[in-house]
Write a protein that binds this ligand. Structure first.
Ligand code: SF4
Length: 450
């Protein structure tokens, strides 16, 4: 049963020293009860408290580690919605390969998985896992493909087979990869449990209904295997959505441990729109691992971007360090643009400048990661603040040009900026980043020299 804040407080030192970041031990206890803090944040928690509260303060959805040295983490979520608290471990994407594919097709897909990198707001997004599905009748074929995928990509695997003996053989052939065996049901649970424990893998558990599933996870935990993933037997997207939501709700609201595990779902091939909608739903609504039927870069860019947006802190925009950034290979007399340090804005603006074929300097003052209009409205992007930053960053020593281009949306700061930066000519740029290229071709080339 979940402990209340008052009960938890009894086990804390009650010195109100504030080192945990809370004003009082009671405030910290309330956060612990709401799963919004970790007991390790109190350096004075006694061994008795750690023992008693440790289990109670565990995240309601268990964290599962996969991959060599546990580099891929799943679960550990504590809230339903990202505005409550930042989500913890993002949905992992896996690309499926059947073991009946030709050697050339297998190699091509593995190469595509290895080569795929989506560069987005300064982050390199990659494919997390490879799923190997047995469609052949051969234990060796399945096992050999698993080994090849692991050796070739170094990513943890989703090993799916209806034949327990194939999973046992594959589990052995990729020991050390901390992969996922799919899936144990009431008939195969014993043999797969032993294989998972012996070779250090996690185990997906499946059953025709939730009651059976709960029974299996409880038994496995009792038997010493708690690295579990839930695979529901759903027959439609609506049902899958419902089951994911039920499991998350049971874990979060009732601290119901038998359903407190990440989930696994295989998106079916065929209609691209349908598979795309399914994968998007899984990503938005509590999917732990989403297996995609094939390598499709168009689908991946959608899913990766969506996932990135979901799993960032809504109260703390992704931002770049303030500074003066070169775009291309700028010279001292190259144009100077100004924008905010919101990552999305920064990378879009620098990309558009690059696409125009010129080199330039991009001045990025501290704007707390807000976009142009938001930071201007918050008083973080004014003529004075931009001038102050430019002076402190040594812009006047770094460049010989005295033209500075500001975003069109904040044309109203041009007067203040000119006043605060004597000797500079302020040029109002376009409002939309998409117009930068034509602004450079049609307006800027007539004003400044590149
Ligand atoms: Fe209390 Fe520990 Fe927080 Fe200090 S660090 S206020 S003792 S909970």
């Amino acid at each position: 049963m979940a402990l209340t804040g008052l009960k938890i407080q009894k086990y804390l030192p009650k010195t109100n020293c504030k080192e945990c970041g809370s004003k009082t031990c009671l405030a910290f206890a309330m956060k612990l009860a709401a799963k919004k803090a970790d007991l390790s944040e109190c350096p004075y928690a006694s061994d008795e408290a750690i023992q008693l509260l440790g289990a109670a303060s565990e995240p309601p959805v268990k964290e599962i580690e996969l991959g060599n040295e546990g580099t891929l983490k799943l679960g550990a979520e504590t809230v339903f919605y990202r505005h409550e608290k930042t989500f913890v471990n993002q949905t992992a994407f896996a690309i499926n390969i059947d073991d009946t594919r030709s050697a050339a097709e297998v190699q091509q897909t593995l190469d595509q998985i290895n080569a795929y990198v989506l560069d987005r707001v300064g982050q390199e997004l990659r494919i997390d896992m490879v799923a190997i599905t047995q469609k052949s009748d051969s234990v060796e074929q399945f096992s050999a493909l698993a080994q090849k995928a692991w050796e070739s990509t170094g990513r943890p695997l989703v090993l799916k087979s209806g034949h327990p003996e194939s999973l046992v053989a594959a589990a052995k052939s990729v020991a050390g990869s901390q992969s996922l065996l799919v899936a144990a049901d009431s008939g195969s649970v014993e043999i797969l449990k032993d294989a998972a424990i012996e070779h250090g893998h996690a185990l997906a558990v499946t059953a025709p209904d939730l009651d059976e599933l709960v029974k299996l996870t409880a038994e496995l935990k009792q038997a010493g295997l708690n690295n579990l993933v839930l695979q529901f037997e759903s027959h439609s997207l609506a049902e899958q959505f419902q089951l994911n939501s039920i499991a998350r709700k049971a874990a979060l609201k009732n601290n119901y441990k038998p359903l407190g595990y990440p989930t696994l779902f295989f998106v079916q091939g065929g209609d691209l729109l349908e598979s795309g909608v399914t994968a998007i739903t899984e990503t938005c609504k509590y999917g732990g691992i989403c297996v995609l039927p094939e390598f499709d870069p168009a689908q991946l860019v959608t899913l990766m971007t969506l996932r990135l947006n979901l799993y960032t802190d809504p109260q703390k925009p992704i931002q770049v360090e303030p500074g003066i950034y070169p775009v291309g290979d700028p010279k001292p007399d190259s144009p100077v643009f100004v924008t905010t340090n919101f990552s999305l804005t920064f990378f879009i603006i620098s990309g558009e400048i690059e696409n125009s074929g010129i080199s330039a300097w991009l001045v990025v003052p501290e704007c707390e990661g807000m976009s142009v209009l938001t930071s201007w409205a918050a008083g973080k992007f004014s003529g004075e603040s931009v001038a102050k930053f430019a002076k402190e960053a040594g812009l006047e020593q770094q460049v010989t040009t005295r033209d500075i281009i500001i975003p069109g949306y904040v044309s109203q700061i041009s007067g203040d900026l000119e006043e605060a930066l004597p000797g500079w000519n302020v040029i109002v740029g376009p409002q939309e980043s998409a117009d930068i290229e034509s602004f450079i071709s049609n307006v800027l080339r007539g004003i400044v020299q590149n």
